[in-house]
Design a protein around this ligand. Structure first.
Ligand SMILES: NC(=O)c1ccc[n+]([C@@H]2O[C@H](COP(=O)([O-])OP(=O)(O)OC[C@H]3O[C@@H](n4cnc5c(N)ncnc54)[C@H](OP(=O)(O)O)[C@@H]3O)[C@@H](O)[C@H]2O)c1
Length: 207
């Protein structure tokens, strides 16, 4: 697939690049800068520049968005809005938000609802942005998948991750595992227009 990556310089994004390359995808980075070590295709541009994003997405099959979230918001939401506005038929869009985002059908455990409530107070703008992002994606006709991980950790991929639909199943997951799941999601039609939780596996997969 021809895949455009947002956030390729980030901590999850660098693992995304590794996984995409391993799977043989044709990668183009889009962002305000390319990683210093990156020798592949890269386009410099702003995420809220809809014309520039639409131009970068011409001929692409998919976008993988691993952008970081700023406390003040205004990073991931403009990126998703630019992709939606590009209206590219059949484009696959994989993004990563967080387990505190609420989606219809959730049945979060009490502890996760409490953690979500704390996040909503401490990171009000950021969480509001991610919530709005989900709502915009759901209202669009884009073939999106929004993964919702718990706290991210560094370190190597374990490959031991699981998706779940009603509630998170762990409190931490490695960024490398999230990246693996994002790239795997490119090939999964059953994940189109869904926002599963992703977590380190500790019980039988629900998917
Ligand atoms: N931290 C956690 O425990 C946690 C938990 C659940 C979910 N998440 C979510 O997981 C995602 C990935 O997290 P991460 O820690 O891997 O991210 P990260 O390392 O903070 O990602 C930084 C990336 O975002 C880009 N970026 C940030 N602000 C930007 C802006 N204003 N304009 C353009 N690019 C911008 C950076 O580009 P430059 O190189 O140009 O700066 C870089 O590529 C985030 O969306 C986060 O909300 C995190």
């Amino acid at each position: 697939m021809k895949v455009v990556v947002f956030g390729g310089t980030g901590r999850t994004g660098q693992h995304v690049l590794t996984e995409l390359a391993r799977a043989g995808h044709d990668i183009t980075l889009y962002g305000r800068r390319a990683p210093q070590s990156w020798a592949g295709k890269a386009i410099t541009g702003q995420l809220d520049d809809r014309r520039a994003v639409a131009h970068a997405l011409q001929g692409a099959d998919a976008v993988v968005c691993a952008l970081g979230s700023s406390r003040t918001g205004a990073v991931c939401l403009p990126a998703s809005r630019s992709v939606i506005a590009a209206r590219i038929p059949g484009l696959r869009y994989i993004t990563v938000a967080g387990a505190a985002v609420d989606v219809p059908g959730d049945a979060k455990a009490m502890v996760d609802r409490i953690i979500g409530g704390i996040f909503r107070v401490l990171m009000r703008k950021m969480l509001a942005e991610r919530q709005a992002e989900y709502q915009d994606l759901a209202a669009s006709d884009l073939d999106f998948t929004m993964l919702r991980p718990p706290m991210l950790t560094d370190g190597p991929a374990t490959g031991n991750w699981v998706l779940s639909w009603d509630t998170p199943v762990s409190k931490r997951i490695a960024r490398a595992d999230v990246a693996q799941a994002m790239v795997a999601a490119l090939e999964r039609k059953d994940l189109i227009r869904t926002a599963p939780f992703i977590a380190a596996a500790k019980r039988k997969p629900v998917t």
